[in-house]
Design a protein around this ligand. Structure first.
Ligand code: ADP
Ligand code: MG
Length: 608
């Protein structure tokens, strides 16, 4: 009996092993000893339980291998299984115990399992359930069934949990994957960035290397250039010194040359026959253009024979009628250069009215082109030369004045009003060291050739206006253009100043005294006086007289600084070629040759 009850005992002994308390309680219910188990279910249950090991095996196999629902089906089929009649020899031994306990025990757990499936499954079912099942007697099919169900539901729950977990894990994995992906993307972006930075870095370092190389090359070059510049500066300074010395030597040589030629030089210029002019008087200009011979056939004193008279005159140069303005100027340009070197230069045009004085000095009305006279050409040369000398450190300032002396009265030709106020013009030397100037006269600073040309035009205009008003005063007045030149070479601490005077003298023609009265006589006397005085000044200078009559007339007084030891003088004697001008030409040539005989003392430059 004890042996038979052992399964119960087993249950009683281990009530709280892995089973719920309820379940254990059920198992401990008293087993009815009188009540026989009903044939049928119990029987079959008992029979079933007799076959339990085999069935269990079958169930276990199906349990283990089949899915939970399948397993349910299997246990159902086990419940409805119709047993074969039991083997009699086995019946007494097993029946009483197995029947009762099977009936009671089977109802308990199964109900419990049915009633509280949640409680059963809420615990970690798999291990307890499995453990309980393994301890359950083979006949406790319901219990087993319940165990199975518990197991199944536990498994289901586990499966559900696993599924949930799985889903969660999947989600997590998905998140992780996404995160990984984004991290990967980020990583690859960073990698790309890093590569770009690396490349940039490489480029920058190569650029840096190039720049460093360039810099060092530049440094080397600049050092070399600096050296070159130093050398050049030195050689430049030497060159400038040499140039300056050369320039000074040139000036000295130039002066010597002019001295050899004579500080007073006379050029003769014969005007061409003008349209409608009469027959040309005979004159010869000999080779080398230095001598002019006037030839005239005159009646002999006896009155029957004709005699050929020749009047030769030798000058520094004789210009035949066909000579151009440029050819004439080329002979005086050396003299003009002297004005920039610090020598006073004075050029006169002497001759009878109409012989070409104004044409020679100023040119025709149009002050440009081939026919430009000596004044504009001289001005042009001076400005060009001054520009070149600037390279050697020379800075020049120029002042122009233009006046007219008529009947010993001065008139400013640079006054622009048409009816100028009567001004008192007085020739004065402001101080013993100052140059001679005319009070109230316009001395206009000029800085270009064009500016001077404008002034010459104005003077021309003023002279021609006067001509219409006062019966051609211009031919009976002297016009004096002066350009004051002040040069400074600050670097060498040298300065020089000089005056270039270009004078268009009044007509030298003599007028019969008997025919002259009034103003005309006065004019004639005045002109004669000034021209005579000019001759006297030259001869006084030539004879080195202590006294030079500069102040005898306004012209010589005004030109005092430009006539004498400190100046170079050039006289043009203009000749009209017509036969009727013969005697005037002869007079002019005689006067000029007297001037030519004068040798004025050595000129010295006005240098400080
Ligand atoms: P002056 O001033 O001596 O009275 P001009 O210079 O007025 O004489 O000249 C008189 C005229 O002769 C002017 O019409 C001038 O143009 C002309 N003439 C003078 N010399 C020359 C020359 N070398 N070539 C051409 N024409 C000349
Ligand atoms: Mg004239």
């Amino acid at each position: 009996m004890d042996e038979e009850r052992s399964p119960l005992r087993q249950l009683n002994e281990k009530p709280a092993c892995h089973e719920p308390a309820e379940k254990s309680a059920l198992s401990r219910l008293p087993v009815p000893s009188v009540k026989r188990p009903l044939p049928g279910k119990e029987q079959s249950a008992g029979q079933n339980s007799l076959r339990q090991p085999a069935k269990k095996r079958l169930l276990d196999q199906s349990d283990d291998k089949a899915p939970p629902n399948k397993r349910k089906m299997v246990s159902a089929s086990v419940v409805g299984f119709k047993p074969r009649p039991p083997v009699m020899s086995q019946r007494p031994a097993v029946n009483p115990v197995y029947k009762t306990s099977a009936a009671t025990v089977a109802g308990g757990p199964s109900r419990g399992a049915m009633k509280k499936p949640v409680a059963a499954t809420s615990k970690p079912a798999a291990p307890s359930g499995v453990g309980a099942a393994s301890r359950r007697p083979g006949w406790d099919l319901k219990g087993k069934m319940s165990d199975m169900q518990m197991k199944v539901s536990s498994y289901q729950e586990q499966v559900q949990n696993t599924k949930t977990q799985n889903r969660e894990l999947r989600e997590e994995a998905e998140r992780a994957r996404r995160e990984l992906e984004s991290l990967r993307e980020e990583h690859s972006a960073l990698l790309n960035k890093m590569r770009a930075y690396e490349m940039e870095n490489q480029e920058l370092s190569s650029l840096k290397r190039t720049l460093e190389m360039d810099l060092s090359r530049e440094r080397a070059l600049s050092a070399q250039r600096l050296q070159e510049v130093r050398e050049l500066t030195q050689s430049n300074a030497e060159q400038t010194d040499k140039l300056h010395q050369g320039e000074m030597e040139r000036r000295a040589l130039h002066n010597t040359l002019l001295e050899l030629k004579g500080n007073i030089r006379v050029f003769c210029r014969v005007r061409p026959l003008l349209d409608g002019g009469q027959q040309q008087s005979s004159f010869e200009i000999q080779p080398q253009d230095k001598t002019i011979v006037l030839v005239k056939t005159e009646e002999s004193h006896i009155g029957k024979e004709k005699e050929l008279h020749k009047y030769p005159f030798k000058f520094d140069h004789v210009f035949p009628p066909q000579c151009s303005q440029q050819q004439v100027f080329s002979e005086i340009s050396l003299l003009v250069q002297s004005a920039l070197d610090g020598y006073n230069v004075c050029s006169f045009a002497y001759g009878q009215t109409g012989s070409g004085k104004t044409y020679t000095m100023e040119g025709p009305d149009v002050l440009a082109g081939e026919e430009m006279g000596m004044i504009p050409r001289a001005v042009q040369q001076i400005f060009q030369a001054a520009c070149k000398l600037r390279e050697q450190g020379w800075e020049y300032q120029f002042t122009a004045s233009f006046l007219e002396i008529y009947n010993e009265t001065i008139r400013d030709l640079l006054v622009s009003n048409k009816t100028p106020k009567k001004m008192d013009y007085e020739i004065k030397r402001a101080s013993p060291t100052a140059d001679i100037r005319v009070t109230n006269l316009k001395y206009i600073p000029v800085s270009s050739e064009e500016e001077v040309l404008v002034l010459i035009k104005l003077a021309k205009q003023n002279r021609s206006t006067a001509r219409t008003q006062v019966n051609d005063v211009s031919s009976r007045s002297h016009s004096v253009f002066q350009l004051r030149i002040e040069g400074k070479n600050a670097a060498r601490d040298v300065s020089c100043n000089s005056i270039l005077s270009l004078v268009d003298l009044a007509g030298s023609e003599r007028v019969q005294k008997s025919q002259s009265t009034g103003d005309r006589l006065k004019e004639m006397k005045s002109i004669n006086a000034s021209l005579t005085n000019l001759g006297l000044v030259f001869s006084a200078l030539a004879s080195k007289d202590g006294f030079v009559p500069y102040r005898n007339c306004k012209l010589t007084y005004l030109l005092q600084d430009c006539l004498g030891g400190n100046s170079k003088t050039l006289m043009f004697v203009n000749i009209s070629p017509e036969i009727e001008s013969f005697s005037e030409s002869l007079n002019s040539l005689r006067f000029a040759s007297k001037v030519n005989e004068c040798v004025i003392g050595t000129a010295t430059a006005n240098r400080k």
